[in-house]
Design a protein around this ligand. Structure first.
Ligand code: ADP
Ligand code: MG
Length: 699
């Protein structure tokens, strides 16, 4: 490699780098590094500032410190009780300190005499020596690799390493790669660099791996974060642009007779938020391109009704509407809610499509839908997508609850006019995420609850306070109120979860002898589930033991207690959802969360759920505690994972990058200008593998 390095050079196999043979290539592959670019974007995990390092002689007992030294002493021995101990001494010429490991002899291979290493950990003073048990360590210089020159800067980068590839080795490979690429072209246009005072890519890459000081490092990181967010936002801008300019949608007339009749038939007034959200939706549906809007709002804020208004607008326009729920229980609940709201409107035909229905009646349903005899269809995502041929689908409402990002793009592949899509979500989405995960969508938010809701009191209890909760439950049942008890979440096994629920129901039938206790879990046969729900709805059961199948959508205004066992297992947003199942009548209600964990994190979660009533803030808190990593990738969000940006921390950069990306795409909708070619390639490569690429460009 020499001369000008085009982007294509960066996409070359990492095997092209000097010193990388087959073995090394495989080790790099284990770290997710396949191309030269992957290697250059393998950013340091942290940095050591040599000028701030403690000298070993100055270390005091009980301090948590990082020290650097050369390995001078490696000893392994076995104690009388057969524990294998590894003792590694390092010296910085001021003094010696020892790293101690029990039953982990493999560290010896990496910590050979002469290696320069950083130990981080808490110091102890034992047998007349300073030591650290199980220190975190980074290899700074492998003995004899003769590469001192690149390791002696004041700030030492520590790259995420593996057992086979030390931080020192990675640093050397990155150095070699940068040496061989004298010029690295930049996907960010010069005007943007100038506007935000960002260094070019080549400079930033050098500075992020080998910073000459703090200031250049900060600038380099800012630049790489900007680049990452800009590439993603450009992808989102392209999605949006494409939908609006190239897909033919249905231009509905404004709400008329049918909608007026319907709102007049309701026993209550729409809230301000509901009115506003519906106006936004109707505005979109009026436009000649397909709507792609997210409807979010607090639990109980009345999203279903807004969705129904949108569906009726489609019906008014002579089309069909579909409401897709994540589970059968929810589909049925929606069906019941919708038919309840529509009792005064017999002309609107609603069909429920369930997997449990007998084949004959199902066939009949499908025939009616295909024949256009049905106006609205309610079912699960899977059923509607896989089985139904609509006569004339005009609007799909996707109720995706808290499952971020299950984008229903399948329906959009229909020929001719593309139906409008409204996504409902029960978990308020923090702004940081809505700008990325849903960054190509319009957003409507319901910010208020309908009037006349009772107060909900939240209590986080220890397991040994459970009896006081039971006493409260007795009192509430004496008042003819009903109770939910939710069993611990078992992420990996619906079967184990069901077993736990069965055991809980048995125990509570004993504890509340004479009361009727129902049971509902996902493993029950469909008719048993239906019966359990119906019994509770009709107050034939007073207490319902359930798994999280009741988390969303279930609407039982008479319920006044929600007790959640082992609340540590749930996310804060989930607990908030569960809390939203009560307080739906005018009476006071109680959300009781039993926590077993004793960790500081568990304490923080208790406090958050007790004190915060705002779903948005809880979602933010969740994000902070659980991290953003989980929200991308793992949940098939359809977005590339983030390598360096952190959405919350980098909100300002996110907003700037978003603005620039949308401006750039509106000026050059296909990124055809030569100065945007690199950005285009970058977007293509970042979105490859997300299954969304075909949406970006026609090839
Ligand atoms: P969400 O889906 O947003 O959690 P729901 O749609 O389940 O909320 O609505 C919660 C309850 O409020 C339902 O019983 C619904 O009938 C009722 N509701 C909806 N809108 C209003 C309103 N404007 N005034 C009074 N009650 C309403
Ligand atoms: Mg609802």
């Amino acid at each position: 490699m020499s001369g000008t390095a085009a982007l294509s050079d960066l996409k070359q196999d990492a095997g092209r780098i000097k010193g990388v043979g087959d073995t090394l290539r495989a080790y790099l592959g284990d770290l997710g590094i396949h191309t030269i670019e992957d290697l250059l974007y393998h950013f340091p995990r942290r940095y050591l500032d040599r000028s701030k390092l403690a000298r070993i002689v100055d270390v005091r007992e009980g301090e948590t410190v990082t020290v650097v030294g050369k390995v001078v002493d490696v000893r392994e021995f076995t104690t009388a009780n057969r524990r294998r101990i590894l003792n590694v001494g390092i010296s910085d010429s001021s003094s010696v300190i020892f790293g101690v490991w029990f039953n982990q002899p493999y560290h010896a291979a990496r910590l050979q005499a002469g290696t320069t290493v950083a130990f981080s950990g808490k110091t102890e003073f034992r047998y007349g020596k300073f030591q650290m048990v199980n220190p975190a360590y980074d290899i700074l210089d492998e003995s004899g690799d003769g590469s001192e020159a690149i390791h002696t800067g004041r700030i030492i980068p520590l790259h995420p390493a593996s057992a086979q590839l030390s931080s020192a080795r990675l640093r050397r490979l990155i150095w070699n790669a940068l040496e061989a690429l004298p010029e690295i072209s930049d996907p960010l246009p010069p005007s943007i660099l100038a506007r935000y005072h960002l260094p070019g890519r080549a400079e930033a890459l050098r500075a992020i791996h080998f910073p000459s000081g703090r200031e250049p490092l900060v600038r380099a990181r800012r630049r790489m974060i900007f680049e990452e967010l800009m590439v993603i936002q450009t992808g989102l801008a392209l999605f949006k642009r494409r939908r609006e300019s190239e897909l033919q949608g249905i231009a509905y007339p404004a709400p008329g007779q049918l909608i007026q009749e319907f709102t007049a038939s309701l026993p209550f007034q729409l809230t301000q938020s509901q009115r506003r959200a519906f106006a936004e939706i109707a505005g979109d549906m009026h436009k000649p391109f397909p709507m792609n809007r997210l409807l979010q709002g607090e639990v109980g804020s009345g999203k279903t009704l807004v969705a129904l208004l949108a569906l009726l607008l489609a019906v008014q326009g002579g089309r069909q509407g579909a409401l897709m729920a994540p589970t059968e229980v929810l589909a049925e609940q929606h069906y019941r809610t919708i038919t309840g709201f529509l009792t005064g409107m017999p002309a609107v035909k609603v069909e429920l499509l369930t997997g449990g229905a007998r084949a004959a009646s199902r066939k009949e349903s499908l025939r009616r839908i295909t024949g256009g005899e049905v106006d609205l269809v309610v079912g699960t995502h899977a059923l509607i997508q896989e089985e139904v041929v609509f006569a004339d689908l005009g609007l799909a409402v996707v109720d995706e609850q808290h499952r971020f990002g299950v984008r229903q793009r399948v329906m959009l592949k229909a020929k001719g006019e593309v139906p409008d899509v409204l996504i409902m979500t029960a978990t308020p989405i923090p702004r940081t995420l809505s700008l990325t995960l849903y960054g190509d969508l319009e957003i409507s938010t319901l910010t208020e609850l309908p009037a006349g809701r009772g107060e909900v009191i939240t209590k986080a209890l220890d397991a040994d306070q459970r009896e006081s909760a039971y006493a409260l439950m007795e009192r509430e049942m004496d008042r003819e109120r009903q109770i939910f008890v939710v069993c611990p979440l078992v992420e990996s096994s619906a079967r184990l979860e069901a077993k736990a629920a069965e055991a809980e129901a048995r125990a509570l039938r004993k504890r509340f002898a004479g009361r009727s206790v129902g049971l509902l879990h996902g493993q029950m046969r469909k008719e048993d589930k239906d019966n359990a729900m119906q019994d509770f709805r009709d107050h034939r059961t007073q207490l319902l033991v359930a798994t999280t199948v009741i988390e969303v959508g279930i609407d039982i205004p008479n319920a006044s207690v929600m007790l959640v066992e082992n609340a540590d297992r749930f996310g804060l947003s989930q607990l908030h959802q569960l809390r939203g199942r009560i307080g739906r009548g005018g009476h006071r209600s109680y959300a009781i969360f039993i926590f077993e964990g004793k960790t500081p994190e568990s304490q923080a979660r208790r406090k958050a759920i007790e004190q915060m009533r705002d779903g948005f803030r809880l979602a933010e808190a969740d994000l902070e505690m659980r991290g953003e990593g989980q929200l991308f990738g793992a949940r098939q969000s359809g977005l590339p994972d983030l390598r360096i940006a952190k959405l919350r921390r980098d909100m300002k950069i996110l907003l700037a990058a978003r603005e620039e990306a949308f401006r750039l795409v509106s000026a050059d909708p296909q990124l055809r200008r030569p100065e945007h070619r690199l950005l285009r390639e970058e977007v293509q490569s970042r979105f490859a593998g997300t299954g969304q690429l075909e949406w970006l460009f026609h090839s």
